[in-house]
Write a protein that binds this ligand. Structure first.
Ligand SMILES: [Zn+2]
Length: 285
């Protein structure tokens, strides 16, 4: 069977995007930290189920808790980068963005002691307004990216992008791209495999949607955050709709994750890249 990728964006409970109450970088250090406990509970399940994952560390977290990065390496996981300051791509210019992801790669590599090859943007925030994105990611030395949400959405979204893993030709060589796996329901492309929808939909529906993606010989790209396995974490004030998407059904995440590992074989983005991407479709940047 085609394998899937289970990925985690390793960040704190307050790294929520695009709500007025999101704390600024200068305030982060004074807030309660919960990432060690929640991330370790994920590592425990990965070890128990003998699953290797791709972990996109926010470099701010890797800098403060380098032992978490080392524990993840010791567990056989792939270490990747989620940038440093957790700012939406389309709110930055190319110079600021490049400096953020270059600094992040460096800090995470120092903590990990091994090379970092993958990048994921906060909030899948690549849009038509950031045409320099792929050049900048390749320029910073990354071999692959997983930041495309290939449809319209509230923040980010690149409708018209290829929905399958592909290779982007950039000014700094080829960059492999792993878009999140959308699949239609009632004619609308939806993402069942991460965020609010993963927690909202019943497990059986998610599994049958995952099998639809796998039948098309696409890997299912799952993603979670440590806060999603920590139902007791503090809440940020936000609108009722965002509150629902952010906080409903948090208690369901861990049981769903365990069942997924029993039902679907997993690999890492790095292993897919290493297996060869010659057959992947090519896209202009
Ligand atoms: Zn994030």
């Amino acid at each position: 069977m085609q394998k899937s990728v289970f990925s985690v964006d390793v960040e704190e409970w307050f790294h929520i995007l695009d709500v007025p109450s999101t704390p600024a970088l200068a305030e982060w250090g004074a807030l309660e930290s919960r990432v060690e406990k929640s991330f370790r509970s994920m590592l425990d399940v990965f070890a128990e189920k003998n699953v290797r994952t791709t972990l996109f560390f926010l470099a701010w977290v890797a800098e403060r808790y380098p032992h978490l990065v080392r524990e993840a390496v010791a567990g056989g996981h792939e270490i990747a980068s989620h940038g440093y300051a957790h700012e939406l791509v389309f709110r930055q210019d190319r110079t600021t963005f490049t400096s953020d992801i270059t600094k992040a790669k460096d800090l995470i590599e120092q903590a990990a002691g091994i090379a970092v090859r993958g990048y994921r943007a906060p909030g899948f925030s690549v849009t038509k307004e950031t045409p320099w994105f792929f050049d900048a990611v390749a320029e910073a030395g990354y071999a692959y990216d997983s930041s495309i949400f290939p449809a319209e959405r509230s923040h980010g979204g690149l409708s018209g992008a290829l929905a399958v893993p592909h290779v982007v030709a950039t000014t700094h060589g080829e960059l492999v791209e792993f878009p999140v796996s959308l699949t239609p329901m009632f004619g609308k492309p939806l993402y069942f495999f991460g965020g609010g929808y993963l927690r909202f939909f019943p497990y059986r529906l998610m599994l049958s949607k995952a099998k639809e993606v796998l039948r098309e010989e696409r890997p299912v790209v799952f993603y979670l955050h440590p806060r999603e396995v920590d139902p007791a974490h503090p809440r940020l004030p936000m609108s009722a709709k965002r509150r629902f998407m952010t906080y409903h059904n948090l208690h369901s995440t861990m049981p769903k994750m365990r069942r997924l590992f029993d039902d679907l074989p997993m690999t890492t983005f790095g292993d897919i890249v290493d297996a060869g991407t010659a057959a992947f479709p090519r896209a202009a940047r």
